[in-house]
Design a protein around this ligand. Structure first.
Ligand SMILES: [Ca+2]
Ligand SMILES: [Ca+2]
Length: 257
């Protein structure tokens, strides 16, 4: 019996409000707006369908709705077995460290709960990689970007949780542990996690995928798929200023009601 539940969150936490409060002060990294949704599964052999990906798809839709224009890499057009470094989005983005393009028949998994998200329908390919793998999987950008989102399949059934480190010029902007559920129900699960930088100082040029598990305590292998970015960071910035102001106003309203 497949068990389905989920959670979705638009994080407008103290960091964002803090950015407003200190906006007159010297620029300092604040926080990234987060978009998160997870659909549990509990099966390593039966993938979730689009109809069952309620929370993850809603989080992706909310993320994309805040952005002026996005592009998405589905890995469907890249030869299976291709490994890092893998340049995508006309060379502006590179997958480095570890992983490779893998295949799982539509409607099936790879036998271990990993598969392509079924968007578009019939999709069969994804980047197969581990959180806690060595060398560490990173997504690198040729210029600092303000937005980044992805689907993760089969995260949470290993040791630890997914830890993302956002860097700019080698300096850490933010460490974030993705608030996914850990345990058997996470087997074959699908989550979406996205971030938007609320200010220019929060932009990043690298996202590192790691695990909270101690070295040697296991790697959580997962399917990385449907990576979404904004291809024109400078054009996006003009819209993001308005978006950030709107989101902060919403947060302030919700904080007092
Ligand atoms: Ca895919
Ligand atoms: Ca896993």
């Amino acid at each position: 019996m497949r068990r389905l539940s989920g959670q979705r969150r638009l994080a407008l936490a103290a960091g964002v409000l803090g950015w407003v409060v200190v906006s007159g002060a010297p620029a300092a990294p604040a926080a990234l707006l987060e978009f998160f949704g997870e659909d549990l599964n509990g099966s390593s052999s039966v993938p979730l369908t689009v109809a069952e990906m309620v929370e993850s798809m809603a989080a992706e839709a909310e993320f994309k709705s805040q952005l002026p224009g996005t592009v998405t890499e589905t890995f469907e057009g890249i030869a299976t077995g291709t490994g890092p470094p893998l340049a995508i989005f006309s060379g502006t983005t590179t997958l480095n460290g570890s992983g490779s393009v893998a295949y799982a028949e539509a409607g099936a998994t790879n036998g271990f709960g990993r598969y392509s998200v079924p968007i578009p329908p019939g999709s069969t390919q994804y980047w197969d990689v581990g959180a806690g793998d060595t060398p560490t999987f990173t997504v690198d950008f040729s210029v600092p970007v303000a937005a980044f989102g992805f689907f993760g399949v089969d995260l949470g059934d290993g040791s630890g949780t997914l830890r993302l480190t956002f860097r700019n010029g080698g300096e850490t902007v933010l460490d974030r542990d993705v608030p996914l559920l850990q345990g058997p129900a996470a087997d074959g699960s699908v989550l979406f996690f996205g971030v938007i930088a609320p200010s220019e100082v929060d932009r990043f040029d690298q996202v590192q995928f790691n695990s909270t598990a101690l070295p040697g305590q296991g790697v959580d292998y997962f399917g990385f798929d449907n990576l979404t970015i904004v291809p024109e960071p400078d054009a996006a910035w003009q819209a993001l200023v308005a978006v950030s102001a709107l989101l902060v106003r919403r947060a302030l309203v919700s904080a007092v009601t």
